[in-house]
Design a protein around this ligand. Structure first.
Ligand code: ZN
Length: 429
């Protein structure tokens, strides 16, 4: 069935009404809903998804006896590697009836992934995000400044009248373009800023260097990379307003949002979140309730989170569990000879290169970058061409790229394997 653009907004509206109510459910209501959704999803997966059909048969897992949360541990977790190599088997044999859109991500881990999202999960994601934005004071149509990858051809920024959004392309982030957009911000005075924290911070640094002040918004919404306490403090001081942090995945397997009272909450009516502890590391594993076209059950997000020792009810009145800290997606940045700074905008640059298992950009000097890649047998000359194209689209043609096929990637001091490692200083973070 062809996807109609008119179907999605109606679905979003319908789901938004649902989320407005479900945010104040009791703990029991949340748990009952989770069980009901998990049963539906797991039974569907056992019936229609080849990967799960085989897996359940091999491990002797009977979906008709599945009771929900309490039985989730019986299903093995799903790593990115399986999604990468057995993608087709994870798509339901009746996926088309749910409406499908291909999406991709390589995120901060540099592992390119392609997957399918159906109409329902997309509508749910937008509706759940809109509800979270509401917690920051945002209402649809309110004047907003947004800083992210737009790939504008001839502009650094554009104002969209329909959505009332001033959009600045993160790929163009350098001092002269930043100063121009700041002038525009001060003229139109957006109430909300949204985007990658690093980029919003850089904007304030450019203003500070020139002795210009930026009109203070009501709130800043950040996403796309970890918001360290230090970055949050810098942002709140520079913009004289509160910062709200958000975490979500393209794969839709997890969502965390900050409420009016400054607590991060697991969005438990959107996905089922599990925290699996091993060797002192607490891995976030998530299951989206709604992606029937390609169910990812117990998906390893590769992000770690900390929960408080004891859960308490937040003053906001919601019973969604509180998250103490999100550890992951810490993003370094690349400095380009033409003066641009590229952080999280780099994250999709390697999505389409066949055979790349994972990758990493290491900057040792301002005029060149080492691209380390781990590859499998499907990697070939075309992969390299696609890789260069994706990187050049963001980096331009000036900087030199050195490709190296390596057995494993470099780790940072904290033991993580980030997509970008900068060895030329970090005075902006
Ligand atoms: Zn709260």
């Amino acid at each position: 069935m062809e996807k109609s653009i008119f179907q999605i907004p109606f679905k979003v509206l319908k789901r938004y009404r649902f989320y407005r109510r479900s945010q104040f459910w009791t703990k029991t209501q949340i748990e009952q809903y989770q069980d009901k959704q998990l049963i539906k999803l797991v039974q569907h997966a056992g019936q229609h998804v080849p990967y799960y059909r085989n897996l359940f048969e091999n491990i002797g897992f009977d979906t008709s006896a599945f009771r929900g949360r309490i039985d989730m541990h019986k299903i093995p977790t799903l790593g990115k590697e399986i999604v990468r190599t057995r993608q087709k088997e994870l798509i339901a044999d009746n996926a088309r009836k749910f409406g499908i859109t291909w999406d991709s991500t390589s995120g901060s881990t540099g592992t390119p992934l392609h997957f399918v999202l159906d109409n329902a999960v997309q509508a749910n994601k937008i509706a759940a995000l809109l509800r979270s934005y509401r917690w920051t004071g945002y209402k649809l149509g309110e004047k907003t400044f947004s800083l992210q990858s737009y790939y504008f051809k001839d502009h650094n920024f554009k104002f969209n009248r329909f959505y009332n959004i001033l959009r600045f392309d993160s790929n163009k982030l350098k001092k002269d373009s930043a100063l121009k957009v700041i002038k525009e911000i001060n003229r139109i005075k957006p109430k909300f800023f949204m985007g990658f924290p690093f980029d919003i911070l850089i904007l304030s640094r450019f203003a500070e260097e020139e002795g210009i002040s930026i009109n203070s918004p009501q709130s800043i919404v950040t996403y796309g990379e970890t918001l360290s306490e230090k970055k949050r403090e810098f942002l709140e001081k520079a913009y004289r307003c509160k910062v709200f942090d958000f975490f979500s995945l393209h794969e839709c397997a997890a969502m965390i949002s900050e409420c009016e009272h400054g607590n991060l909450h697991l969005i438990e009516d959107f996905a089922y979140h599990e925290i699996l502890e091993e060797d002192g590391i607490r891995r976030l594993v998530g299951t989206s309730f709604y992606n029937f076209a390609m169910p990812l059950i117990r998906y390893e997000t590769k992000d770690n989170i900390l929960l408080p020792e004891k859960q308490r009810t937040c003053s906001c009145g919601r019973h969604f569990q509180i998250v103490k800290e999100i550890i992951g997606k810490q993003c370094d940045y690349i400095e380009i000879p033409d003066g641009r700074f590229l952080g999280s905008v780099m994250s999709h640059s390697i999505d389409n290169a066949r055979g790349v298992v994972c990758s990493q950009c290491i900057q040792n000097t301002v005029d060149q970058i080492d691209i380390n890649i781990v590859v499998d047998e499907t990697y070939n000359e075309d992969s390299q061409i696609v890789l260069v194209k994706g990187l050049r689209k963001r980096l331009g043609n000036e900087i030199k790229l050195n490709f190296k096929i390596v057995p494993q990637l470099e780790k940072s001091k904290s033991g993580k394997t980030p997509f970008i490692i900068s060895k030329i200083g970090n005075e902006y973070i």
